[in-house]
Design a protein around this ligand. Structure first.
Ligand SMILES: Nc1nc2c(ncn2[C@@H]2O[C@H](COP(=O)(O)OP(=O)(O)OP(=O)(O)O)[C@@H](O)[C@H]2O)c(=O)[nH]1
Ligand SMILES: [Mg+2]
Length: 337
């Protein structure tokens, strides 16, 4: 086990933070030890998820937002952390390289910390590691943390659970917008950014999204911010039920490459934060995420303990009987536990 000094992370030592993140990724207990030491001081950072189809301009957008917050927020600009989650790294190595180049102009700023993550097989899964990354950055004093994920299946559900604010990035010419909406992307969006507004079709895409939103958030439905809190969390339920004022996800046109629309997007991010804090949803989201995170961790840990204890031959035997339909899954479970 490597030794990582939590005080160094607190002081803003980037190398110490970097080493802690690496330890988390590789299941080195030093990572969790650092996290445990910092944990009491965390829970302050605003976690902003940025998700959407590949190539919509998420990295370019995050780059611009980070710069904007650093340059235009007085008196004290926030320290900005960026986590680029890459769930399928063997296939998107090129994209990651692109991210590095695009994010290059942020690198000179000592108050911006960028880290990409390609973690599989970590206890608690990818979302657990992402949460741990965010917590460590929070402990290192980063006030605003962007988490970029490619919106594909589970990843977008995970980001809705982790982030306080979810920005869904769309772009014209990437196929059927309705398709993206079907995939549940509207469910999780607190803010919709239609990027590449310099290209034809962006106005139409924005209009289509606004229409879909109006239908989805019509009378009687829950506000987007509370939606994914409904299931499984008693705390979330209480808060969403007591909400008398909802949040209407804005649809904003941006041209990330030029910086057009970035100030408005930054403002929407801050309004959403204020909304969460004034309604109690901020705490509800935090509680819900910690609950889900703990459950995933318990599940993985129990599974690991069980695999260590179960007799390999016995397991193979039962599995063979299951495959040959001599045992039902429930009977197999009875024999193994
Ligand atoms: N025309 C135009 N191109 C843009 C804009 N924003 C980004 N791009 C281009 O779109 C491409 C993809 O941008 P990225 O920022 O890497 O997109 P991404 O969503 O992070 O991509 P992945 O991480 O691979 O999913 C790049 O070539 C950008 O230069 C924009 O506002 N207008
Ligand atoms: Mg990217």
């Amino acid at each position: 086990m490597t030794r990582i000094d939590p005080d160094a992370i607190r002081r803003g030592d980037r190398l110490a933070l970097s080493r802690a993140l690496t330890a988390i990724e590789s299941n080195d207990p030093a990572g969790q030890a650092a996290l445990a030491a910092l944990f009491p001081e965390t829970g302050k950072a605003h976690l902003v998820g940025v998700t959407g189809s590949p190539g919509t301009g998420k990295s370019t957008l995050v780059n611009q937002l980070a710069r904007y917050f650093r340059q235009n927020q007085s008196p004290k600009p926030p320290k900005v952390g960026i986590i680029a989650v890459d769930p399928s790294s063997p296939f998107t190595g090129g994209a990651l390289l692109g991210d590095r180049i695009r994010m290059q102009d942020l690198i000179g700023d000592p108050e911006i910390f960028i880290r990409s993550m390609a973690s599989r097989g970590a206890l608690g899964g990818l979302s657990h590691s992402t949460a741990a990354f965010a917590t460590l950055m929070d402990g290192a004093g980063y006030d605003l943390i962007f988490i970029e994920t490619v919106g594909a299946g589970q990843a977008e559900v995970d980001i809705a659970q982790l982030a306080h604010t979810v920005i869904v990035v769309e772009a014209p010419g990437l196929g059927d917008d309705i398709q993206a909406i079907k995939a549940g992307i509207l469910e999780i969006a607190d803010i919709l950014a239609v990027n590449k507004a310099d290209l034809p079709g962006s106005e139409n895409a924005a209009r289509a999204l606004r229409m879909m939103l109006e239908m989805a958030h019509g009378k009687g439905s829950l506000p987007a911010a509370g939606k994914h809190l409904r299931s499984g969390s008693p705390i979330g339920q209480e808060v969403t039920q007591s909400l008398d004022q909802g949040w209407d996800p804005p649809v904003q046109l941006v041209t990330a490459t030029e910086g057009d629309g970035i100030p408005e997007l930054a403002e929407a991010i801050q309004s959403h934060q204020a909304y969460l804090q004034s309604t109690g949803l901020w705490q509800a989201k935090e509680a819900f995420r910690l609950q889900k995170d703990l459950e995933a961790l318990v599940r993985d840990t129990l599974m690991e303990h069980w695999r260590e204890q179960v007799d390999e031959d016995r397991f193979a035997e039962v599995l063979t009987d299951l495959v040959h339909h001599k045992l039902s899954p429930a009977e197999a479970l009875q024999l193994l536990l």
